[in-house]
Design a protein around this ligand. Structure first.
Ligand SMILES: Cc1cc2nc3c(=O)[nH]c(=O)nc-3n(C[C@H](O)[C@H](O)[C@H](O)COP(=O)(O)OP(=O)(O)OC[C@H]3O[C@@H](n4cnc5c(N)ncnc54)[C@H](O)[C@@H]3O)c2cc1C
Length: 408
């Protein structure tokens, strides 16, 4: 087995000390991934609170340093299903919140001089490829809802042998679909273009650079500790092996490591290919959840294949080898080439029971706040949620969000 290694972590970083004594602070953040760092950023910029952040490993060592590097304002559940469950307006508001998170992700990059870390995947919004009509129909319903929300460009190219009519549908020869997807696999019958921004990004780099920026701008307002694992929470106190941290507010940004969100492992690999630059496409073969959903991006000569997910996050050699054999089969079937992967890695994602992020205050213990539950897509969410928590802690009254409707 190769050592799991993502391309994102290949940068020089500053090490932070581990905590060896008791501490007191206004706010303590647990978890040094993008959720924790974004929460820290907004608390520093929107409030005057004193903050401590503790991370059990190294900053960004979780999903933030091991994802597929694809920033977008999306939720990994069909929007039609969300609207059925929560109603149209709350779901629309949730997407607006995520669109704002996207704008903020770009703004913060500019603020810290890291613009190049958001590289648009600008192939005119190429989205999803479909092989079955049921999934395609569901996506058509989603398209109609997204158009109603103002996400206007939601167009389908559907093979002309399929009888489907509707707004935004173009019936074309199947070869056109295969060409647009760049695939040699003839089973694709439909294709979706949407207007949602997409970019390749390194969220690990973002966290490390943002921390440096914050250290220069707010040298006396916060402390960061690595290799400091919180083992217990009691009222307003966090316990770790050599002491305690007491704070009015404890923000838990631990992704799936918390028992609140079930962990699932996701795998990815990267190599160079002949796919066009700025290419991105998702391949949904059919509705069976046991069949992997594939996501491919090519940017700066590195093609990332993200796909199989497993409920058991324990890494074992057999599973590792089987998984990368699956990724290889996918590249052979889809693009007719044999990959030599430069990187193969996996990361842990925290899935909440609703598939929606948890952002807000615990109902039993008012000291505890959550910004967690990546649910497969979490880079932009983490930023939007960090801002929401800081605003609430600053005393602002915000409308309830789809992401705060959890039972703690
Ligand atoms: C393979 C893969 C592909 C993905 N692809 C994408 C993508 O393309 N686009 C996208 O938007 N999202 C993607 N995601 C999801 C995205 O990476 C996550 O939503 C996001 O990084 C989560 O950030 P986080 O800070 O919440 O969690 P993490 O980055 O996991 O950070 C949580 C941190 O908490 C620390 N911690 C846990 N317990 C404790 C404790 N007891 N004490 C102290 N510290 C603790 C951990 O060490 C960890 O560093 C992907 C995830 C994976 C795994």
């Amino acid at each position: 087995m190769d050592t799991p290694r993502s391309p994102w972590q290949e940068i020089a970083t500053t090490a932070w000390p581990s905590l060896k004594k008791d501490l007191q602070s206004d706010v303590a953040i647990v978890g040094g991934g993008i959720s924790g760092i974004a929460t820290l950023f907004y608390l520093l910029t929107l409030t005057d609170k004193q903050i401590v952040l503790v991370e059990r490993g190294k900053i960004g060592c979780g999903a933030t340093g091991n994802n597929a590097g694809f920033a977008w304002a999306h939720i990994e559940r069909p929007v039609s299903e969300l609207v059925e469950e929560f109603g149209f307006e709350p779901v629309k508001e949730a997407f607006l919140e995520l669109d704002h998170g996207w704008d903020e992700y770009i703004r913060i990059h500019k603020l810290i001089g890291l613009e190049n870390n958001v590289e648009p995947l600008d192939n005119s919004g190429l989205g999803f490829g479909f092989t079955d009509t049921a999934t395609l129909e569901r996506s058509l319903q989603d398209g109609a809802l997204f158009r109603k929300m103002g996400r206007k460009k939601w167009e389908f190219f559907i093979s002309e042998e399929i009888e489907m009519e509707g707004e935004g549908i173009h019936r074309v020869p199947r070869e056109v679909i295969l060409e647009k997807l760049q695939t040699k696999d003839p089973s694709y019958i439909g294709l979706l273009y949407d207007s949602v921004d997409r970019a390749r990004t390194n969220s690990y780099l973002f966290c490390h650079r943002l921390l440096q920026y914050l250290k220069n701008r707010f040298p006396d307002r916060f402390e960061v500790y690595e290799q400091t694992e919180i083992t217990q929470i009691e009222k307003n106190t966090l316990k770790f092996s050599s002491g305690t941290i007491t704070a009015d507010v404890l923000v838990i940004c631990t992704n799936g490591y918390s028992k609140k969100a079930a962990p699932r492992a996701a795998y990815a690999a990267a190599c160079s290919t002949s796919l066009p630059n700025d290419y991105s496409a998702a391949f949904i073969t059919h509705q069976d959840p046991s069949v992997p959903y594939w996501h491919v991006t090519n940017c700066d000569s590195l093609t990332i294949f993200a796909g199989p997910e497993y409920a058991n996050p324990a890494l074992d050699l057999d599973e590792w080898n089987k998984t990368f054999a699956l990724i290889t089969q996918f590249t052979q079937r889809t693009y007719h080439f044999n990959p030599t992967f430069q990187y193969q890695w996996y990361g842990i994602m925290g899935y909440t029971p609703t598939g929606l992020r948890w952002v807000g205050q615990d109902r039993q213990n008012p000291h505890i706040w959550y910004n967690l539950g990546c649910n497969g897509i979490g880079i932009v969410h983490a930023v939007a949620s960090g801002e929401r928590i800081a605003r609430l802690l600053n005393g602002e009254t915000l409308k309830p969000s789809l992401f705060s409707q959890f039972q703690s």
